[in-house]
Design a binder for this molecule. Structure first.
Ligand code: TIU
Length: 221
């Protein structure tokens, strides 16, 4: 069992029962011309965490824990895209429309792919998800149960949307979740901060948070 100095108190995990859940580090959210920018967002906040997310992924590979990459995307025929999601807001482009990186948020298009720095390795699990949460309509829970995973180390984008939704889904399914705060970002820095506070409040009501350095220093307990 390893122990991480975390908030609101120490986080314990057994590497063989732990997975890294790297959420939606896709070109569509992080690069210019993607879905995130079409919603009016400044992608620079997300770009700033790429080196830490890359270092976290490298740590997970070195430790040998299960690695899961999720990507938010839809089928080319849009059969998994509810009208409510397609029409929400006043975007400059809608999901499925052609953009500079192919059709926006469509599986298989260049924009839906992971950024260059965070490409999955062949043995790593890739989960395509139609919703904000990683557990909705994906089979992720079954895949984790099959591998004996009970704890999740969570990172990715955006903190208050897909990351928080996925952590809440995981929490309700019984997983112990640790969010790596310098490997997650929001288009709105104050939302990232508020999310961190919400997660750890009330004695880790959703889970724990720590910086990557604390995870790296995690020691055998
Ligand atoms: N818009 C926003 O902040 N996020 C998303 O739409 N998806 C994810 O967070 N991945």
């Amino acid at each position: 069992m390893k122990t991480v100095s975390a908030q609101p108190f120490e986080f314990h995990f057994e590497p063989k029962h732990t997975a890294l859940l790297m959420i939606d580090m896709q070109r569509d959210f992080i690069e210019h011309g993607g879905f995130g920018e079409s919603l009016g967002n400044d992608v620079r906040y997300l770009q700033s965490i790429v080196p830490t997310a890359q270092a976290l992924l490298q740590w997970a590979r070195e430790v040998g824990i299960t690695v899961v990459h999720t990507k938010e995307c839809h089928r080319p025929d849009l059969s998994d895209l509810p009208p409510a999601k397609k029409n929400r807001g006043n975007p400059s482009l809608r999901i499925g429309d052609p953009g500079p990186m192919g059709r926006l948020l469509i599986d298989g298009e260049p924009g839906s792919d992971f950024i260059e720095a965070l490409q999955p390795m062949p043995q790593e699990l890739v989960i395509a998800k139609p919703g904000k949460g990683a557990f909705y309509n994906t089979g992720l829970h079954e895949q984790l149960v099959q591998r004996g995973i009970t704890s999740l180390i969570v990172a990715g984008v955006t903190t208050e949307v897909c990351v928080q939704t996925s952590m809440r889904e995981a929490n309700d399914r019984g997983y112990e979740c640790l969010l790596i705060t310098d490997a997650t970002a929001s288009y709105f820095p104050h939302f990232k901060q508020a999310t961190i506070e919400m997660i750890v409040a009330q004695g880790a009501i959703v889970g724990w948070v720590a910086e990557l350095a604390a995870l790296r220093e995690s020691a055998e307990a």
